[in-house]
Design a protein. Sequence first.
Length: 75
Amino acid sequence: MCTASVCGICQHKSWSGCSNSDPNHIKKIMNTSSKSDWCSCLPFDEDDAVFIDGTSYPPRAGCGYRRASDSSINK
Ligand SMILES: [Zn+2]
Ligand SMILES: [Zn+2]
């Protein structure tokens, strides 16, 4: 089971846990916070990108890098 985590890069909410990132776990964790609190980092690897039901979720904590312009956290 994945757990909520704080991204060390942008200091926003992320997740960590299952090595194979179960979408249901991620969804459950992230949906308890509003999207504006979510980690806005981009995944290092395309394989780490998380898309669930058409929504883009943050990559696992520690698996992302800061967006070029991280002043805006839309999308
Ligand atoms: Zn999990
Ligand atoms: Zn982040």
